[in-house]
Design a protein around this ligand. Structure first.
Ligand code: CTP
Length: 408
């Protein structure tokens, strides 16, 4: 079978570590070569206990190596040349131990040396006992590897070779091979639906007056445009703004926070990524007068007292329901930006907060540039330089790709 036209075949370095799931690796090699990829295999010493290098060598048509300093093998192609060779490294199965060694940057055998030396993207297919996968050490290692851009396929839930049931089975060879095809074809956003909220909301007081804020919607529109450019299906829920709809984006116009909440909640279940950049009014008038409030009805020199009631927190609401979707929030802060955003991400429960310093003249509301921090749930803060909003959108979507486990 030839690869489909959108799929590019490439050079795959398949690193095999020592778990029972290694018995599926010959099938993975077969699938990858069938799809037109060139495959070379490297094994940890423990992997050789589970799968024969001779089988992998025969199926891949290239020497399968397991020794770091074997004179014959090094003469053929040095381990550094082998690390430089692939378009993509696939670690399958990736044991808890190999993930821990990758996290620590150890290079104590051929496989970990290749993983440290390579500059190619790395896709890991973990396979282990469910309790090992759930262990805080593995959780932490996987989190750190993801932050470094390591991609994951699986593990999936099911019956495990050790007798336990749960998450820990290696993804099937077909799924790994399909993911490899997707990564090499650059179609990372194909079929991905992204929901973006943008702009401020307008909370009516009477027939003509309303409470609103200075949000222009430019940041959210830039995110929507960039996601569409990358091939995602984009739904943009926009508060009142004069901006034009970016090409390829489906737009839903809303006015109030309650309208925005209804539109976001309706679209969210069918989306894989949500970027909530709207400046939602936190309060709305408790009563909306249908007619214009007349000063003469208030009496001479009388002020107007408004009762405000809180609006729902749209971001916190969808974060609670997110499952495996990625949810990104924004934070408009005028002081203690990073600290305030750290508290906000803990409160809202999303995957990332983009924090703006709105006290700056060149960032935040109604500017073309932005200076932001990307704040992770653990509190880590990455400061981006002053960039155009389009560039901030690019950097943000690069981060989303990492979070989704799809590298560029
Ligand atoms: N947000 C929301 N619903 C609200 C208020 C905010 O979904 N009722 C979302 C915004 O879209 C943004 C994030 O929450 O992604 C943070 O908004 P921000 O105005 O910075 O924070 P608030 O929650 O309003 O907190 P505070 O005003 O106290 O800073």
């Amino acid at each position: 079978m030839n690869p489909s036209p959108s799929q590019r075949s490439g050079r795959i370095l398949l690193a095999v570590s020592g778990g029972i799931a290694a018995y599926k690796v010959p099938e993975l090699v077969r699938q990858l070569t069938k799809a037109g990829h060139e495959v070379r295999c490297a094994l940890t010493p423990a992997a050789c206990e589970f799968v024969s290098p001779m089988v992998l060598q025969t199926l891949s048509g290239a020497p399968a190596r397991s020794e770091l300093f074997d004179p014959g093998e090094e003469g053929e192609i040095s381990h550094i040349e082998l690390a430089d060779w692939p378009d993509l490294v696939v670690v399958a199965p990736a044991t808890a131990h190999v993930l821990a060694r990758m996290t620590a940057g150890l290079a104590d055998d051929l496989v970990t040396t290749l993983l440290l030396a390579t500059r190619a993207p790395v896709l890991v297919a973990p396979a282990m006992n469910v309790n090992m996968w759930d262990h805080p050490a593995t959780r932490e290692n996987v989190g750190r590897l993801r932050e470094r851009g390591v991609l994951l396929e699986g593990p999936v839930a099911g019956e495990l070779a050790c007798g336990w049931e749960g998450e820990g089975r290696m993804a099937e060879p077909e799924a790994i091979a399909a993911r490899v095809g997707l990564l090499l074809s650059g179609d990372a956003w194909k079929g991905i639906r992204v929901l973006v909220s943008a702009g401020g909301t307008r909370e009516p007081i009477d027939a003509v007056r309303s409470i609103t804020n200075r949000s222009s919607g430019k940041m959210g529109f830039a995110v929507a445009a960039e996601a569409a450019r990358r091939g995602a299906e984009v739904v943009l829920v926009a508060g009142p703004t004069a901006l034009s709809t970016p090409p390829g984006v489906r737009r839903i116009d809303v006015e109030t926070a309650l309208d925005m909440e209804a539109a976001v909640n309706a679209e969210f279940p069918a989306c894989q990524v949500a970027v909530m950049s709207a400046a939602v009014a936190d309060f709305r008038p408790a009563h909306r007068e249908a007619k214009k409030i007349k000063k003469e009805d208030l009496g001479p020199d009388q002020g107007l007292r408004l009762d405000l009631v809180p609006n729902p927190d749209i971001l916190a609401g969808i974060s609670r329901e997110r499952g495996d979707r990625i949810v990104i929030g924004f934070a408009a802060e005028s002081h203690d930006v990073v600290e305030a955003a750290r508290r906000k991400i803990a409160r809202k429960g999303c995957d990332l907060i983009v924090a703006n310093d709105i006290s700056r003249a060149d960032a935040g509301f109604d500017t073309d540039t932005n200076a932001v921090f990307l704040i992770s749930p653990g509190g880590e803060a990455e400061e981006l330089p002053l960039l155009s909003k389009a560039e901030v959108a690019e950097r943000l979507l690069d981060r989303v790709e990492k979070l989704r486990g799809v590298a560029r």
